[in-house]
Design a protein around this ligand. Structure first.
Ligand SMILES: C[S@@+](CC[C@H](N)C(=O)[O-])C[C@H]1O[C@@H](n2cnc3c(N)ncnc32)[C@H](O)[C@@H]1O
Length: 236
């Protein structure tokens, strides 16, 4: 019996030690009521915005408040690009980007809420846009083919991912060589930005969360928007 125990210790202990550590998530009982109580590298993850609030994404004053026009301009999209709009919501950015990459390019609008995709497709028809493809993803998988995307845009969504490591890993895999991730989040460092804490991110936090992926390089942080950072990460 003792020798059997010794044998199993010898066989299994090194295996357990060699097993890769999972993503560094932790849960805390005390947390922000706007967050889910799950933390990633010290940052609390926010609740997902429900489709019932989609009207807020389409509010007429959004362009002036967030200068969404400057964001689309700053991306410098080229005709023919394949763009993935992750957490596309009502498609506010999808149709604007679809026009910039037309006629050969397309936008893959990825969502976890089918109701958002239904609304999005109605909005695409209203704008007479035909190069936006809906993709129903999961919280760990955006369902994008490997090495297929030139530009990934995430506006005000990454902080809601309840599995940010798995999502980012899948997104990096979906990028073509030379492709980029454009991450847009409200600035946590700026007290003037009047948004709930868990819906903001600092530049340092965003860089730390993407530094985990050796295939990716931080390229630049653009400061052209009144309230949000634009961080660009490239797969060289
Ligand atoms: C605050 S909205 C932003 C929508 C859009 N990006 C915009 O700026 O107009 C966030 C959206 O991300 C979606 N979302 C959250 N987690 C997601 C995930 N893991 N994959 C895809 N979409 C996700 C939510 O369903 C929600 O519609």
């Amino acid at each position: 019996m003792r020798s059997l125990l010794l044998l199993s210790l010898l066989v299994f202990a090194p295996l357990a030690l060699a097993a890769p550590a999972g993503p560094p998530y932790e849960t805390r009982a005390e947390h922000d009521p706007n967050g889910i109580g799950k933390f990633y590298l010290g940052r609390e993850i926010a609740h997902v915005m429900g489709h019932q609030a989609a009207g807020w994404l389409e509010r007429p004053e959004r362009e002036a408040e967030e200068r969404t026009d400057l964001l689309v301009e700053a991306m410098q999209l080229s005709p023919g690009e394949v763009v993935a709009d992750i957490g596309a919501g009502s498609g506010y950015f999808s149709w604007r980007m679809a026009k910039a990459v037309a006629p050969e390019g397309k936008v893959l609008a990825v969502e976890i809420q089918q109701e958002m995709l239904d609304l999005l497709q109605r909005n695409m028809a209203r704008h007479d846009v035909h190069n936006v493809v809906s993709v129903l993803g999961t919280t760990t998988d955006p369902k994008l083919p490997a090495h297929s995307v030139d530009t990934i845009l995430m506006v005000d969504v990454y902080h809601e991912f309840d599995q940010p490591f798995e999502m980012a890993q899948a997104l990096v895999a979906s990028l073509k060589k030379g492709g980029r991730i454009v991450l847009v989040e409200f600035r946590a460092e700026d007290p003037q930005v009047n948004i709930k804490r868990v819906h903001k991110m600092s530049e340092a936090q965003a860089k730390a969360e993407f530094a985990i992926f050796p295939e990716l390089r931080w390229e630049s942080t653009l400061s052209v928007l009144p309230q949000q950072h634009i961080l660009i990460f490239r797969k060289p």
